[in-house]
Design a protein around this ligand. Structure first.
Ligand code: PRT
Ligand code: ZN
Length: 284
């Protein structure tokens, strides 16, 4: 049995639950949210915790694995094994100043009082850049600190940036780009590691599927070489003869990131009847 911690409620909760469910793991989460639950079809126990507690629980082996924002993990400075970036919970940790204060570079931060809930990350950023500033640790509502006269600047999580804007602040330095991570205790027992590997295999199959498209098209045979040179494919494309003499059907997999460019080139190269379909699961 592998024990995994996820956030009890908050911004990572829904995506963490979906990640596990999309990996085929069935478990209940009652309306008043039990603090722990066991999957019915996989050797996994799920513990619901505050995100801040997860790094310590993983390091201390209270749980075997956890899903946590990289921002929290770095701040807590716990020793855990990075297993997989998960592609949700994306945000930045940035320094922001009141709009009217000029910023010409890192030296503009010299001697400022900076309010934050992330003092350790800020401290290492300041010392790496040889900036002397005063760190003022507060636990919440960091964005209003400058307008209350508590601080000259803030260092906080930014999602869309609209909270900064609403508080008359401008983002001047991005210190960290963060997303949710799957982490684990550095030395798992072999049977636990095996369960984690099975879970990871499923998560990666879903991630690969999401970032690729399956593409089918028809083309005259004399255009096949040119078309094959355009489509990347996992190995090489599948080519099947059509009932119509001199024509073939080509199938391949194209990464989402270059998908539109590839589509345009294929059309130019003479491909017809192009179909693009989502991939349910993809094992490399
Ligand atoms: O109760 P618990 O301690 O578990 O939760 P929490 O309140 O500490 O954390 P929670 O649920 O707010 O966030 C969990 C994680 O989500 C964070 O640690 C980040 O990794 C990630 N995340 C992603 C964010 C945001 N985006 C985000 N926008 N966390 C916080 N915010 C804040 C931001 O600071 C601002 O105050 O949301 C507000 C809106 O942001 P804008 O920029 O979109 O306006
Ligand atoms: Zn928290």
């Amino acid at each position: 049995m592998l024990r995994i911690a996820i956030q009890k409620s908050g911004r990572l909760f829904e995506d963490s639950v979906s990640l596990l469910r999309n990996a085929g793991i069935a478990f209940g989460s009652s309306p008043n949210r039990l603090l722990r639950t066991q999957a019915s079809n996989f050797p996994l126990e799920i513990i619901f915790l505050r995100d801040d507690d997860i790094p310590e629980y993983v390091e201390g082996n209270v749980v075997d694995a956890g899903i946590i924002g990289e921002n929290v993990l770095l701040e807590k400075q716990k020793t855990v094994q990075y297993v997989q970036r998960l592609g949700f919970g994306g945000c930045r940790l940035s320094i922001a100043l009141p709009k009217g204060i000029p910023f010409t570079g890192k030296q503009s931060l010299e001697n400022l009082r900076i309010a934050t809930s992330y003092p350790r990350i800020l401290e290492s950023y300041l010392s790496a850049n040889a900036v002397r500033a005063e760190i003022h640790e507060i636990s919440g509502a960091v964005e209003i600190a400058p307008s209350l006269g508590l601080a000259d600047a803030i260092f906080d999580i930014v999602g869309t940036g609209s909270t900064l804007l609403a508080n008359g602040l401008k983002e001047v330095e991005t210190v960290l780009e963060s997303e949710a991570l799957l982490v684990a205790h550095p030395q798992l027992a072999p049977e636990k590691q095996e369960i984690l590997d099975r879970l990871l295999f499923r998560i990666q199959a879903n991630q690969n599927a999401k970032s690729n498209r399956y593409i089918l098209m028809n083309a005259p045979n004399h255009r096949i070489d040119q078309i094959v040179s355009i489509i990347p494919g996992m190995k090489s494309p599948t080519i099947l003869p059509l009932a119509t003499e001199g024509w073939s059907s080509l199938h391949s997999v194209v990464p989402e990131t270059i998908f539109w460019e590839v589509l345009e080139q294929l059309k130019e190269a003479g491909a017809e009847g192009i179909l693009v379909v989502p991939i349910e699961r993809m094992i490399l």
